[in-house]
Design a protein around this ligand. Structure first.
Ligand SMILES: [Zn+2]
Length: 204
């Protein structure tokens, strides 16, 4: 059904709003177009979904605060009703931030469709893809070095009982922790990319 909706839309337009797939209320973005299935009834003609309110140019409003401990906190709100999508302030990556995510979300409070500042990985330009991975590897390497150094110092202080904090053992520990953390980060990022991609391509 979603395919028919897309095939019929040969004339370039920004929005295609329909309601004939009663059970499948959804919003998807495809070929620069937003498809909104705003159906509220299911096949027994009883109300199943809430109404969709497509308020044009409604963008999520994000308030970012920077805390002292190198942390960024964000509160992402609906542009229409100010309902918080994050449930207040949550920790986020303000440093080398990337914008991988779903481009549109429906507010669970007022039903309006909000444009996010994110987009799925498959629509990234080559340079954005490089930046995306650089951002992840850089961040995890940075924290890996710090964490590895703490572990190495602790090992020398409490186990080896010496003060050669920067010997070959320490370097090995740091390198292993950096590699381990990057493997973990790349794996979970690939899973996240896949999840966003599935949400984005939900129609097939
Ligand atoms: Zn809202």
């Amino acid at each position: 059904m979603w395919e028919i909706a897309i095939e019929r839309d040969q004339i370039p337009s920004k929005y295609h709003i329909f309601g004939y797939i009663q059970e499948d209320q959804r919003i998807i973005a495809k070929r620069e177009m937003i498809f909104v299935n705003a159906g509220i009834l299911y096949d027994r003609y009883l109300t199943k979904n809430d109404a969709v309110l497509l308020s044009l140019n409604e963008s999520l409003s994000t308030i970012t605060i920077k805390s002292i401990a190198m942390g960024y906190y964000e509160n992402i709100k609906c542009g229409k009703c100010k309902h918080s999508f994050t449930g207040g302030y949550v920790k986020s990556n303000g440093f080398l931030k990337t914008y991988m995510g779903v481009p549109y979300v429906k507010c669970s409070n007022c039903g309006s469709v909000n444009r996010t500042s994110y987009k799925p990985y498959s629509t990234f330009h080559k340079i954005e893809k490089v930046y995306h991975w650089f951002s992840i590897v850089f961040r995890y390497t940075f924290w890996g070095v710090i964490f590895g150094f703490v572990v190495a110092v602790a090992l020398h202080k409490f186990v080896l009982k010496d003060s050669n904090y920067l010997d070959a053992t320490s370097y090995s520990i740091i390198v292993l922790i950096v590699i381990g953390m990057n493997i973990y980060a790349i794996r979970s990022e690939r899973r996240e990319i896949r999840e966003v991609e599935e949400a984005y391509e939900a129609m097939t």
